[in-house]
Design a protein around this ligand. Sequence first.
Ligand SMILES: [Zn+2]
Length: 282
Amino acid sequence: MLVPMKGLLDTAQQGGYAVGSFDVVNLETCRAVLDQAVELRSPVIIAIPEHFGALCGFEELVAGVSRLAAPLPIPVATLLDHGRTYESCLRALRAGLTSVMLDCSVLPLAENIANVREVVKAAHALGVSVEGEVGHVGRGIVASEEALDHTRFTEVGEAVEFVRATGVDALAVAVGTAHGLYKGEPKIEFELLDRLTAAVPVPLVLHGGSSTGDERLRGAVEHGIRKVNIFTDMSVQAVANMQQLLAEEPRATVLNLFGVSKQAFADVSGHYMHLFGSVGRA
Ligand SMILES: [Zn+2]
């Protein structure tokens, strides 16, 4: 069934586990993640960055994802990942997502608060959950091998002020992870995470979960993270599966290729559901 993200994360908070938030690019990859969640009785978040709708249309992708999730016997939150503007969030509300993230983390705190507060007002009127970000989770290695890491660690006082002033339902924090692949070894600041967990009254979110390493991610959940975002690991595995198939079977069809990419999303998302402790919670 479709539910707002707030209920999923509040329950995870009580249970001491985290819910995986998996970005999907089409209906096949969405189906793969949802099938895993049903099989493992795990709550799950299906996330869609606005530009992932480029291939078939954002509204069309949201409609398809909602249609797949609605009849399932497990709770599924659907989320606009990294919405950049008020208009993006309204578009997501209209399309029917149950949750939105407004990421103004590169702006000064006062502007971040002012923008997110407006989205919270509109979203909460519709029963939709909102995620904000304080501090900034930067990017790891990009395609050019150039590190673009502009991570700014979250300050505890700013995080508390942000949540109080905006009324957000979940808060993304920067404690050492980065989006995409890493140049070196990531290092999570657990001491900072502990202070955030103690001070911030809403569930905490970790972006850039991919390639962070199982041990570090398990530690992050133990230290209070309640939502972990995963995309790159599924994407990398899907490409590897397709390359392997083409190497073994040069005449593979597009149906075969989509099939092995779907399998990658199932394998990787299932692995993380186990790691985050959400299996058996739905
Ligand atoms: Zn992110």
